[in-house]
Design a protein. Structure first.
Length: 291
């Protein structure tokens, strides 16, 4: 299980920032060839990243390429598809066709470069009204997809809303959580909190996202990594309770029982499955209470 509490973005064309980002404790680093790079600098940033990637292979970053419809997309993929990366982030996805086009080219490049079929994942960003309404179809469009990510700032601009604290964000977030579950993929990753000086606001928003069912949050500054990791890390008490639920439910299930009580709570399959995810996350994070 790969934790995705924090996805730290760094500009792909800045060697110092890209390299440092991989050392700051984020679960995943996303090296950005899209919004972080001016149009005139796209080719240079791609060349910088291609030279950097072999040295960053132990960290296995993701790379956000330019969109399928842009003139940079194919060259971006040709420059970065390798065993050094975990996969690609696909921006502004509005339907399954974009994912399928990306998956087809990634597959051809994997074959040419001796990578196992399906080695690289695709992480689609949902950033528009059209993309939100197509979220379930996007989530089902390729086995390379582990989860979706919410691009809230672009979404606000697209729908003409004035801020993330209003009901439109609640609707968008809830829709992404439900669409992800319906498609059978992991929980989505929440949008960036743009004011990196406001730790209190960041934590409050991360807590809301976790309560809605998100597994993590995009971060854009090193100071945001630790607070967001903390919010999305299960507490020792949560892990201990989850382990009790899993153990009790597995014993009951073996005896032909599917509804039990643990710590005064009724436990059925959905709650047991959530407890299993908590135990798996704790184990992946190496938490003592998961041993």
């Amino acid at each position: 299980m790969q934790p995705r509490r924090t996805l730290l973005f760094a500009p792909a064309g800045d060697e110092r920032k890209a390299t440092k980002a991989c050392t700051l404790g984020a679960d995943l680093v996303v090296l950005d060839l899209e919004d972080a790079v001016a149009h005139a600098e796209k080719e240079r940033a791609r060349e910088v990243l291609a030279a950097l990637l072999p040295g960053l292979a132990p960290h296995r970053p993701l790379v956000r390429v330019n969109g399928v419809e842009t003139p940079w997309f194919a060259d971006d993929l040709r420059a970065v598809v390798s065993a050094a990366i975990r996969g690609i982030v696909l921006p502004k996805v509005e339907g399954p066709e974009a994912v399928r086009a990306a998956a087809e080219l990634v597959g051809r490049l994997e074959a040419e470069r001796g990578l196992p079929p399906g080695a690289l994942e695709i992480l689609p960003f949902v950033e528009t009204a059209q993309g939100l309404l197509a979220a379930e179809a996007i989530a089902r469009s390729s086995p390379r997809i582990r989860c979706l990510a919410f691009g809230g700032m672009d979404f606000l601009a697209d729908v003409g809303a004035s801020g993330g604290g209003n009901d439109i964000f609640l609707y968008a977030r809830s829709h992404l959580v439900v669409a992800s579950r319906a498609a059978g993929i992991d929980a989505p990753v929440d949008t960036v909190y743009p004011d990196f000086r406001d730790t209190e606001g960041l934590v409050a928003e991360a807590l809301r996202a976790r309560a809605l069912g998100f597994q993590g949050k995009i971060v854009i500054h090193p100071v945001q990594v630790e607070p967001v990791n903390r919010v999305f890390t299960p507490t020792p008490e949560e892990v201990a309770q989850a382990r009790r639920i899993v153990a009790a439910f597995e014993a009951a299930e073996a005896a032909g029982v599917a509804v039990i009580q643990v710590d005064g709570r009724m436990i059925e399959y959905p709650i047991a499955q959530r407890a299993r995810r908590t135990v798996a996350l704790a184990a992946a994070l190496g938490l003592d209470s998961a041993k």
